[in-house]
Design a protein around this ligand. Sequence first.
Ligand SMILES: Nc1ncnc2c1ncn2[C@@H]1O[C@H](COP(=O)(O)OP(=O)(O)O)[C@@H](O)[C@H]1O
Ligand SMILES: [Mg+2]
Length: 282
Amino acid sequence: MTRVSATPAATVRLEGVGKAFTGSDGRPLSAVSEVDLLVAAGEIVALVGPSGCGKSTLLRLMAGLEFPSEGSVWVGAHRVTGPDPECGMVFQEHRLLPWLNVEGNIAFGLRSFGAQDRERIVAEQIAQTGLAGFERAYPHQLSGGMAQRAALARALAPKPPVLLLDEPFGALDAFTKVRMQEELLRARQLSQPTTLLVTHDIEEAVFLADRVLVLAERPGRIQRAFVVDLARPRDRTSTAFSRFRRTVLREFGIVNETPAEAAELIPIHRGIALANRSKEVS
Ligand SMILES: Nc1ncnc2c1ncn2[C@@H]1O[C@H](COP(=O)(O)OP(=O)(O)O)[C@@H](O)[C@H]1O
Ligand SMILES: [Mg+2]
């Protein structure tokens, strides 16, 4: 697909990144440690792992909302040292401004654009995210799915080189979630930003991502990387998809392994690569 955006997607690079907080007992708490990661321009990478393993911290470090205790974070050629306008973010809650309607919320991040461009981009985002007919609606008048569409449209409107999604569909019902996953892929077609997605949902990760990173906790670190080499559009009912999903679930030890699997007689999926402390190049 040809890129319409003036701002090309950017690589995201973490080099030896660690982040320590002060825990509730006053002692240092290592949230993430020794994370090396290179995300290619335009790539979709999913981060999965137990609660508290540092997924949100990693996204916040990329967005410049936290500063690493060790190592460095880069977006394109720029070292991230503060809140980064190159990154669009969507969270589990929509975080729309309640006093602005859908159009107003999408236009909010476009204040530096001329009025004509602003209008054109808002219309484009409304069409692309399936919000037609809801332009004048206020956040409290929207369903959960519609509000997340508006949050996605707002994040994508300035065509950010990087899109950071922290469990964006985590609060939606199963049907809406599946629809939104497809719509996310459609919505990002306009600019194809480099995308990092935190999710608890392994199916969502396998459906959307080019690579799935499994994180381990205490301290948070990348334990394993799976390259999702399934053709797109993906069919979540296919045998290949189920097999891939099972492979990722095995990493969490929540699959009743067959004796053959347990003995590693079933060949490990060819997409698997050990990632911990390795330079991740896609
Ligand atoms: N601002 C903060 N102050 C103190 N501890 C924090 C802060 N942010 C996160 N943590 C701690 O860092 C760890 C990782 O948190 P987080 O990145 O939110 O995990 P996840 O998103 O994977 O659930 C947790 O133990 C959490 O309590
Ligand atoms: Mg989190």
